[in-house]
Design a protein around this ligand. Structure first.
Ligand code: 5GP
Length: 145
């Protein structure tokens, strides 16, 4: 059973450039940007370009490309924020906590002395998000250089 894809979901609109984001990475198959309601500082999202609601709707090639991009971006987030750990998560279906119906991977830094903020709860200040994005972009450039 495959969920029907809504081409006007918020990530589809970001992918088409109709809505803004603080982009930190892009390749042929995926983009990554800062989560607007981060659960911790540095929370980023990797969004495959393929039109799929969830992991089950993603092609094998798309899944491989998405995890490759997730690894690259997670390295950048780790380098930028030096967290104590990093959670990678991906939700399928509302019952699992999915709120945006376009497949994506969360990269959530964990800091030993901080608990997570709520999922998709509180919007971050745009200037802070912009600075966080710049930190990841610089870290990715360092890692690639
Ligand atoms: P899900 O609940 O579907 O796994 O995750 C969706 C994520 O997207 C949430 O963490 C939420 O904070 C984030 N989000 C929702 N709307 C926007 C948006 O317009 N821009 C960005 N950058 N993130 C968003």
């Amino acid at each position: 059973m495959q969920a029907e894809y809504d081409s006007n979901n918020i990530f589809a609109r970001i992918l088409r450039g109709e809505l803004p984001c603080f982009k930190i990475y892009e390749d042929a198959d995926a983009i990554a940007f800062m989560d607007i309601m981060p659960q911790s500082d540095g929370h980023a999202l990797v969004v495959p370009k393929e039109a799929a609601v969830d992991l089950f709707g993603l092609s094998e090639q798309g899944a491989a490309a998405a995890i490759r991009a997730t690894q690259i971006v997670a390295r950048g987030v780790r380098e930028a924020f030096q967290p104590d750990g990093v959670v990678i998560s991906q939700f399928n279906g509302e019952a699992a906590g999915q709120t945006v119906p376009h497949v994506h991977f969360h990269i959530v830094p964990r800091y030993a002395d901080q608990s997570l903020r709520g999922h998709a709860r509180q919007q971050q200040d745009m200037e802070v998000l912009k600075q966080h994005a710049a930190r990841v972009v610089a870290a990715l450039a360092r890692l690639q250089g």
